[in-house]
Design a protein around this ligand. Sequence first.
Ligand SMILES: NC(=O)c1ccc[n+]([C@@H]2O[C@H](COP(=O)([O-])OP(=O)(O)OC[C@H]3O[C@@H](n4cnc5c(N)ncnc54)[C@H](O)[C@@H]3O)[C@@H](O)[C@H]2O)c1
Length: 273
Amino acid sequence: MASPEPELDGRTVLVTGGGSGIGKGITAALLARGANVVVLEIEPDNIKSASAELDGGDRLAWFEGSVSVAAEVDAAFTLAAERFGSVHHLVNNAGTASLSLVEDMAEEDWDLIVDTCLKGTFLCTRAFVRQVTEDGEARSIVNISSLNAIAATDGLGHYCAAKAGVMQFTQTCAGELGRRGIRVNAIGPGTVNTPLGAGFTVGQIGQEFLDRTLVSPPRHQEPSDIADVALFLMSPAAQRITGHFIPVDGGQHVRGLHSYWDVAEAQGLVARP
Ligand SMILES: NC(=O)c1ccc[n+]([C@@H]2O[C@H](COP(=O)([O-])OP(=O)(O)OC[C@H]3O[C@@H](n4cnc5c(N)ncnc54)[C@H](O)[C@@H]3O)[C@@H](O)[C@H]2O)c1
């Protein structure tokens, strides 16, 4: 039987947005299992604080840049090749969100969220595939999507569209890349305790999610909950798993998600025009 423990000693993983939250949790878990990790991260402050926190030694390398700029993505893969050789696994995690009704949404907000979540996933996937050689090594891509890929909410039109796009892109890539030894899966986190998740884990909005959580005790997810599943998807135990979207949410999706906008409006935090 294949081991559920990923065989990561000497393997190289590129993680996007690894300076905070879920990406930092995945990076920590990878380092703890012996992987080399290259983090592509846009925020210098997050690089500074995370590199002080993560004990990676010379197995951890940072590249400051954006997932939505092709030249910067390609440069991050060049750094990975120079430091560690070929990249075995890619974690497309970088993302951002903001709350706005479509009617009021600035074009810049749409572009930022779609470029970060969806275009970034495409650019990193393309760079990953281009550096693959026919060496017979098992490879995989883990895309961090969201429950919003399958459950829309008012106020997150850009984010819901981008995350649903990531889900479909996962299936397309699973089809194109499976015969080349690359599995591609997506995780749909529910509410996760991170800086980005802070808007959805506190107050009435957070409580609504806890009310929909099936697993006992009801709680929001931690980055380590997402990291556990990401590492499983990289492991030999997942060698027959590709093209999947896996909610990691304590079952929140089963009860259907509430509209964050309506709750925020009831709290007086936002208002419809
Ligand atoms: N926190 C949640 O509740 C939750 C729920 C579902 C899905 N997600 C998804 O999980 C992923 C991680 O979110 P998080 O909660 O850890 O957020 P976070 O804000 O804590 O971390 C995101 C990291 O990505 C980096 N980043 C942003 N734009 C980037 C870019 N263009 N290039 C490179 N790095 C960039 C940020 O600087 C930050 O370090 C995102 O894709 C998010 O949409 C989060």
